[in-house]
Design a protein around this ligand. Structure first.
Ligand SMILES: [Zn+2]
Length: 438
């Protein structure tokens, strides 16, 4: 592992701003935590709870700016206590040196062994030469026991409330579906959905996925007493679809906006979303290939039909002004949006409209404008989506728009400082993926 530049670890995560009721707070730290999990996607109906996922997590200690060479690599381990396991056996399994293990066992702190229960989560920070720096044991009731280095020995304490925000990396590859793969990678649904949103102008995760696709994600995760409590932002993401690499990194602009760019500084917000439907566990399994059984071939079909359950959220595919909201013949309940360059989009057969939709109102890309239904000429719930340029129906995939402006040259240094670390991690994760696919 190469050392990183210190500034690459100081992404302005709003840890201090989080509103956690932290009673007796002992430590709130931003610990960069890099876990590499190779996930093998499995059939969606397989119970994944007992699938052993090997976790090797590297922890980069925050380097001092000018003494990087002296910094020892620290590895962060997450394990579960095995049935009947003694403290000595556990330390051995974690890779703690014989010297530290004997030392700890000879000290009062060894009474932590009374708290060892099968299945408990253990987190340990261990240097590359087996030095135990800290070990945390979380009971099933959420109580935390912590062993930390103190002087020549170890101390045991029970911190009341430890809140941390960490940076986690996960990667995997697609065998059957995105959610099967993200389940296997222990990736929360909210992160999978965010990834689908980030790449929304380039990929439709309902239809474009291929077996053998790979993904890598760097994201924030909040922990309390060692247990995950929520997910934060995605800092970097990569999706390799049918051999083509898509990458995104989060950039905080000088004016405080968060935007996703390619590592080269191209905006990912440009153009149109590939799918007007929210991506979720429910919609991911629905086919796109719905035909119009009612209309048959008597009328040219001028759009794309997206099969989805009634009530699925429908999103504006690009920023626009609302041109029409109401009923229109066979379209049923329809929203028509007017975009730049004479482009209009139609969203038809809606069960209902989002609150506040009225002509003239502006909507942003991804904003919910209505809900899937089967009003008008429709035999089942689906969204009829249409793109028109100067009134003529067009294939949405063939639309070419002037792109959003790329990153200003003057911000390139700032951009690179914020994002270089994530780009490097994504590259490393891809190597892990390729090895797993061999
Ligand atoms: Zn249709």
């Amino acid at each position: 592992m190469q050392q990183q530049k210190p500034e690459s670890l100081t992404y302005p995560t709003p840890v201090q701003k989080r509103k956690l009721p932290m009673r007796g707070l002992l430590a709130a730290a931003l610990l960069p935590l890099f876990g590499m999990v190779t996930a093998y996607g499995i059939a969606p109906d397989t119970d994944t709870r007992d699938v052993p996922v090997q976790t090797l997590i590297e922890n980069l200690s925050l380097p001092q700016s000018d003494s990087q060479d002296q910094i020892k690599q620290v590895y962060h381990h997450e394990e579960k206590v095995l049935a009947g396991e003694t403290l000595g056996a556990l330390l051995n399994r974690l890779g703690v040196s014989q010297q530290d293990s004997s030392l700890l066992l000879s000290q009062p702190a060894a009474r932590i062994s009374r708290n060892l229960r099968s299945g408990q989560r253990i987190q340990a920070d261990i240097s590359e030469d087996g030095e135990l720096l800290e070990m945390r044991l979380t009971s099933s009731e959420g109580a935390l026991n912590r062993i930390s280095r103190q002087g020549e020995g170890f101390a045991l304490d029970q911190p009341q409330d430890v809140a941390e925000s960490r940076i986690v990396m996960r990667s995997g590859h697609i065998e059957s579906s995105l959610f099967a793969a993200t389940d296997a990678a222990s990736l929360p649904d909210s992160v999978a959905v965010k990834m689908a949103d980030i790449f929304g102008t380039q990929l439709d995760f309902r239809t474009d996925l291929r077996k053998g696709d790979t993904f890598s994600i760097v994201y924030e995760m909040d922990y309390r007493n060692g247990e995950p409590t929520g997910t934060g932002k995605i800092l970097g993401a990569e999706y390799v679809n049918a051999g083509k690499v898509y990458q995104a990194v989060l950039y905080l602009t000088p004016s405080g906006r968060e935007e996703y760019y390619t590592p080269k500084g191209e905006s990912l917000a440009k153009g149109f979303l590939r799918s007007p439907l929210e991506f979720s566990r429910v919609t991911s399994g629905f086919s796109n290939a719905r035909k119009h059984p009612v209309l048959g071939y008597t009328r040219r079909h001028t759009g794309t039909d997206f099969g989805a359950p009634t009530g699925t959220r429908v999103k504006a595919t690009s920023e626009a002004a609302v041109a029409f909201v109401g009923r229109k013949g066979g379209y049923g309940n329809i929203v028509i949006l007017r975009h730049r360059n004479g482009i209009e989009t139609y969203y038809a057969h809606l069960s209902r409209f989002a609150a506040g939709m009225r002509p003239g109102r502006s909507v942003s890309q991804g904003e919910v404008i209505g809900f899937v239904g089967m009003t008008g000429t429709a035999t089942g719930p689906h969204l009829h989506y249409e793109v028109r340029i100067s009134g003529q129906p067009r294939n949405p995939l063939a639309i070419r728009l002037p792109g959003s402006p790329p990153l200003p040259v003057a911000q390139k240094t700032r951009f690179n400082q914020q994002t270089a670390a994530w780009v490097e991690r994504l590259g490393q994760l891809r190597g892990t993926n390729l090895a797993a696919l061999d």
